[in-house]
Design a protein around this ligand. Structure first.
Ligand SMILES: N[C@@H](Cc1ccccc1)C(=O)O
Length: 492
């Protein structure tokens, strides 16, 4: 038993005797185009045969169509005749007048100059003849036929033209009792599968060749451009960019930052721990692991586990990347930054997302102080176009002293957008950095974008709403134009 859609069943029923698709469409009250895909689907399942026949058809020319609508010009002329003893038809000396005279001559009416004189009986005979042509023309216009001699006349007069059309004839090649109309669906639900209902459902074919309506053309994404802008600003301030992996060893995300292995932030609720059997980042140097181990054991007084340090996390801070840079370069004078995604299992709200972007930077050199740090942070904030920032004392396991950095958001008030501090000796010592001091900070770029562009909800940075995206892009463009042109005020 073949299952077919209700419309397919109607087609099969209508085509038990071979018929043209056009006539079946008319029978079913639709257009042939609408049936094509069902016909094709029935054919491909061997339920229907399809034959294409070339047929000669007559089509009205533009002129023919116009006369079908407005009436043949000679008919109009004949009807304007004024009759006394004789009837008189006045024909204007125009292009149309010429057509009128030529056609009236066909029916035996000879003009004298621009006028035709004819007796009433003759006039009525010719009017009937021409009216017959007019009816034929209108019939042709509405898809009907006409007497053979009229085709010849109209062809000569160029009111119709011959063309070859392909007609589709279909015939059902299956016994109707072997076919059943079934429910037609485009999507099967888990329920349909569980209950076995799928057996009774016909899947509606989807025609992938159909043109879809054009979608509004996308603009570049404002936040992507914003991230590039931050990158440019940092490079402009003399920083060098470094990059690091998103799937990171706990070692770089925590241990190298002197975050104890039993530190609360390392518990499941603050970090995404990853079970991973794919390719791994290159492991940290053994020797470095040993020095970090010694630092932890002396400082925190517990047994440091190398296995724990080689666990994998979705990095929760891009400080994991700047600390890699510090380990690689060691002692010296340099400034590096990184921009990248970080991940935290947060409760999502207007200010928190589980995935956001940080700008981390370090400035390395002998003799650097806390004032240098605050000055550096101010300079970056200013270069990014921020109006006012505030610092508050804070705690991070890897810096001392430490601050949190705040800026004012139009709607949300003072928003913390990052932390900063000077790396503790416990962090720098195992990396071989003993003479230099390291200023470090990590800022949330999503929040900075919200502050600069007046976006009220962090989730909006990833909105699918094209209207919002366009609005934010406009704001971003006008922000970019204004950078450097605004009065900047800082408060310590
Ligand atoms: N990594 C910290 C920010 C920070 C970076 C560097 C020094 C101090 C603080 C955070 O994610 O919140």
């Amino acid at each position: 038993m073949a299952l077919v859609a209700p419309i397919e069943y109607s087609i099969l029923k209508a085509a038990v005797e071979a018929k043209s698709l056009e006539s079946i469409a008319a029978e079913l009250g639709t257009r042939a185009e609408n049936l094509m895909r069902y016909v094709e689907s029935l054919r491909s399942r061997g339920l229907l045969s399809v034959e294409r026949r070339k047929v000669e058809v007559y089509e009205l020319t533009e002129e023919g169509l116009r006369y079908a609508r407005e009436g043949l010009p000679e008919l109009r002329a004949l009807k304007s005749a004024r009759c006394e003893e004789l009837c008189v038809v006045e024909v204007p000396d125009t292009a149309e007048g010429k057509i009128i005279l030529a056609n009236l001559a066909r029916y035996g009416l000879r003009p004298r100059g621009q006028r035709i004189e004819v007796d009433r009986g003759e006039l009525e005979r010719v009017i009937r003849t021409v009216e017959e042509r007019q009816r034929a023309l209108e019939q042709l216009a509405s898809g009907g036929g006409a007497p053979a001699e009229i085709y010849a006349e109209f062809l000569k007069r160029k009111l119709i033209k011959k063309s070859v059309k392909t007609e589709i004839y279909i015939k059902t090649v299956v016994d109707l009792s072997a076919v059943r109309a079934a429910q037609l669906k485009t999507v099967l639900t888990p329920e349909d599968i569980r209950t076995g209902a799928w057996r009774e459902i016909a899947l509606k074919p989807i025609d992938l060749s159909v043109e879809v309506p054009p979608a509004p053309s996308p603009v570049p994404h404002f936040f992507q451009e914003f991230l590039n802008y931050v990158r440019e600003v940092m490079v402009g301030l003399g920083f060098e960019e470094v990059r690091g992996p998103i799937l990171e060893y706990e070692f770089w995300n925590f241990d190298a930052l002197f975050q104890a292995q039993d530190h609360p932030a390392r518990e499941v609720h603050d970090t995404f721990f990853v079970k991973w059997e794919g390719e791994l980042p290159e492991p940290p140097p053994r020797e470095l692991m040993e020095r970090v181990a010694a630092e932890h054991e002396a400082g925190w007084g517990y047994k440091w586990s190398p296995q724990k340090a080689l666990g994998l996390v979705m990095r929760s801070q891009t400080t994991a990347t700047t600390i890699r840079a510090l380990a690689e370069r060691g002692e010296g004078q340099y400034k590096v930054f990184t921009i990248g995604r970080v991940f935290r299992p947060e409760h999502i709200d207007a200010k928190h997302n589980v995935e956001f972007h940080q700008l981390d930077g370090i400035v390395v050199g002998p003799g650097l102080t806390f004032s240098h740090l605050l000055g550096q942070l101010e300079q970056i904030a200013k270069a990014l176009g921020m109006q006012e920032v505030k610092f508050r004392p804070a705690y991070f396991p890897f810096t001392s002293p430490s601050v949190e950095v705040y800026a004012r958001h139009e709607k949300l008030g003072w928003v913390e957008f990052g932390g900063a501090g000077i790396f503790r000796p416990e962090v720098t010592r195992p990396l071989g950095v003993e003479r230099s001091r390291v200023l470090a900070w990590g800022w949330g770029l999503d929040r900075i974008a919200m502050i600069l562009l007046g976006i009220d909800d962090i989730r909006d940075l990833f909105t699918w709403d094209l209207g919002k995206l366009q609005e934010y892009y406009r704001r971003w463009e006008s922000f970019k134009r204004g950078v450097g042109a605004r009065g900047v005020k800082f408060t310590l």
